[in-house]
Design a binder for this molecule. Structure first.
Ligand code: NAD
Length: 361
């Protein structure tokens, strides 16, 4: 090869090298720009009502990853998927504790739960890490109050038991005292926890002819009480005087197991006990004893421990216990409103804006 041809080859090689290095630099810059532009990731732990997912998708401000199932996300999967997320959209079935927050890492800035109760969230750990929390009060108040009244009537007027008798051949002739229950007219209703739902229940029960509303709470709530003419009393007084007791308090360390032998033993034998708050406020063993030995007349539960309650649980064997599968907020409109509010809370949190409904930490 001539000297001239050799020089051309080496020029060509140098040019090729230069070109490769330029392309390489260019690609790296593009990759860096893309990483900068990548939207923050949010993890949604369940298939949620359409209004909620639409809001998240149309926002264009986050990349959504979802556990696309009607059943809860397995814990291992949650721990894996939450890593690196900036937002977490969860339901009451997910325990969001230190382990989840550790798995998420420092990127996590907001947790939004599609529920008004937040006993499944470890608030101390969230606060420590500066993570903001959204929840869904108000939008479910009416639906929960409505269901509570339905459950109270179904329990006190023995609707499930009576319908079963009609279907199963127990319906003989009309008998004066058969399937008699307790009426609301001239009754005293005791409310444990006079919050949004407690007040909404009282408003719905009043037209049934309730004579008196009593309530207990962490302290008197005169403004709310005045709206429904309710009287603040001790738990003991409430137990002694009430014909119906409805539990509407939040589950906290103080309310855990608050409805126990002590309460049931002071209640009237004719009294009806209703719980639509959280299962853990009730000592179920004590409730079972009170129902089976006639200490109280009947109980209606929308919430239990655990959920679902095992089919062989003794409470299922009692005719005077009506158990629903945690459906108090289950109307289509309400579930959509909850999903939408939780989505808006999440988006506001991602953008560092005020959330429509934020849990003060
Ligand atoms: N079954 C369901 O599907 C369903 C649906 C919605 C809400 N809930 C439950 O209902 C609860 C109440 O919801 P809300 O919107 O009315 O909340 P809220 O905060 O307005 O009311 C809760 C009330 O409980 C009171 N309380 C707290 N600690 C108490 C204590 N130690 N003793 C007595 N009262 C106490 C509070 O002061 C407050 O007045 C939620 O926390 C949730 O757990 C259940």
């Amino acid at each position: 090869m001539s000297w001239c041809a050799m020089r051309n080859v080496s020029h060509f090689r140098a040019l090729k090298l230069l070109l490769f290095s330029q392309i390489h630099t260019c690609c790296r810059l593009e990759a860096m720009k893309a990483a900068e532009k990548r939207l923050p990731r949010v993890y949604v732990t369940r298939r949620i009502p359409p209004d909620g997912i639409k809001i998240l998708q149309q926002s264009g401000i986050c990349e959504i990853e979802q556990w696309d199932s009607d059943d809860p996300v397995p814990r291992e999967e949650l721990l894996k998927k939450v890593a690196g997320a900036k937002g977490l959209y969860c339901l009451l079935t997910e325990k969001i504790d230190e382990e989840v927050l550790r798995a998420a890492g420092p990127s996590l800035k907001v947790v939004s739960t599609m529920s008004v109760g937040y006993d499944h969230l470890s608030l101390d750990d969230l606060k420590k890490r500066g993570i903001r929390v959204g929840y869904t009060p108000d939008v479910l108040t009416e639906a929960v109050a409505e269901l509570t009244v339905a459950l109270l009537l179904a329990t006190s007027r023995r609707l499930i038991e009576a319908a079963d008798e009609a279907k199963n051949g127990g319906w003989g002739t009309w008998k004066p005292l058969w399937m008699c229950g307790n009426g609301l007219t001239q009754s005293t209703v005791g409310i444990i926890g006079l919050g949004r739902i407690g007040e909404a229940i009282a408003k719905r029960l009043k037209p049934f002819g309730v004579k008196q509303f009593l309530y207990t709470d962490i302290g008197p709530r005169p403004e709310v009480a005045a709206r429904i003419s309710a009287e603040f009393v001790s738990m003991e007084e409430l137990a002694k005087q009430s014909d119906f007791i409805t539990v509407c308090c939040a589950l906290t360390p103080e309310t855990q197991g608050i409805c126990n032998k002590k309460l049931f033993s002071k209640m009237k034998n004719t009294a009806v006990f209703i719980n639509t708050s959280r299962g853990a406020v009730v000592n179920q063993e004590d409730l079972y004893q009170a129902l089976s030995n006639g200490q109280i007349s009947a109980a209606g539960l929308d919430v239990t421990v655990p959920e679902p309650l095992p089919l062989d649980h003794p409470l299922f064997k009692l005719k005077n216990c009506v158990i629903l599968p945690h459906i108090a907020s289950a109307t289509v409109e309400t579930r959509n409103a909850m999903a939408a509010l939780a989505a808006n809370n999440l988006l506001a949190g991602l953008q560092g804006e005020a959330m429509p409904k934020e849990v003060p930490l």
